[in-house]
Write a protein that binds this ligand. Structure first.
Ligand SMILES: [Zn+2]
Length: 129
């Protein structure tokens, strides 16, 4: 794995002047690229999905590539869809717990959630924060 990362970094050193055509996510140059801040990129909410699924920020003014390849775009869509699905399940499970809040283990969990970032905002919707 490390060798692969190093090879990628070495390749990127040689192509830093070609970032205009490189994919932001895999660094490869493909025929069909999706501009992150173009019409389709905005419509498909690429920047928001990147922020939601990866610990990266993308700005129109940053010096990194502003497009992703179609392969990465499809994987990003899948990752975002999976994230949303899991969050919905979590949200439903979390909401169901409020029926059982008299149980000590449930109360401990809900108290802990009050003091941590709640990705599903369930506590907030129940006015518990
Ligand atoms: Zn790519």
């Amino acid at each position: 794995m490390c060798a692969s990362v190093n090879e990628t970094l070495f390749a990127m050193d040689n192509t830093i002047d070609k970032w205009d055509n490189a994919c932001r996510l895999c660094s490869e140059e493909k025929n069909e690229m999706l501009p992150i801040f173009g019409d389709e990129g905005l419509q498909r909410r690429v920047a928001q999905k990147l922020r939601a699924c990866l610990p990266v920020l993308v700005y129109n003014t940053d010096p990194l590539p502003k497009q992703i390849c179609q392969f990465c775009a499809a994987r990003l869509d899948d990752a975002y869809e999976f994230r949303e699905y899991c969050l919905n399940v979590y949200r439903n499970m979390h909401a169901m717990l409020f029926k059982y809040r008299q149980l000590e283990s449930v109360q401990i969990f809900l108290d802990a959630m009050k003091n941590s970032p709640d990705p599903c905002q369930v506590c907030r919707s129940y006015n518990l924060l």
